[in-house]
Design a binder for this molecule. Sequence first.
Ligand SMILES: [Zn+2]
Length: 274
Amino acid sequence: MSEAPPTPSAAFGAWAGGQVTERALCVLCPNPGPMTLDGTNTWVLLEPGATDAVVIDPGPLHEEHLRAVVAAVEARGARVARTVLTHGHADHAEGAERFAELTGAPTRAVGRGHDDLGDGDVVRAGGLELRVVATPGHTSDSLSFALPADHALLTGDTVLGRGTTVVAHPDGELAAYLDSLARLAALTGGGSVTSILPGHGPVVPDAAAMVAFYRRHRAERLEQVRQALADGAAQADDPVQAVVERVYADVPREVWPAAALSVAAQLEYLRARP
Ligand SMILES: [Zn+2]
């Protein structure tokens, strides 16, 4: 039997965002759903006393939300100086262009051409320092951001505030995802990062415990998939669907399409490692 995940710091419906560390404020987008949990977390990062803020993931193209983010920054006597994206999925990035129009701030992410972000890059604004940690796996362009001054790590969809994430095959890859979790385990295990500020769901106060749970969960799922294949799913007309029906029987059917992506990623992983 699998061990229980760490208890989320807020129950479903109780997470509303707000100021969570000295430098980090979450503006929660009103787009809750089976894949977005409580909604998308848009993060505003501001050094105390500074007037230049960094925004992580403006969110979907939701005019009221984008304006609420700008208002939250202005209420602190600041302006948005830089916008960065944890990855290109619509619930994080679709509003980026409109947000750039509203703020005049440049947007940086993986795969944006000349202004690409990469592992080890440092994003600075108003004395704030963010370090880029490449964490591909959920998608190939997934990034995390370390905020050393607050011992916090912003993980996008790589680690969530509750539940587990999808490896979005074929762009997302399980081998890359497992490597990324190992890197996050090294970061969180050393004590330099204590909390996770995720892309969806509440803040994770015990970063190391959550990353350890994610690694255990992935290993257990992979074993379940191996077992399902051995029990006959490998011979089914649609092995992915057959595995989903066996391994993800306990998750709501509305997330089965997402589970199918993770299963496809796991089958690809196992094919390369017979
Ligand atoms: Zn995503």
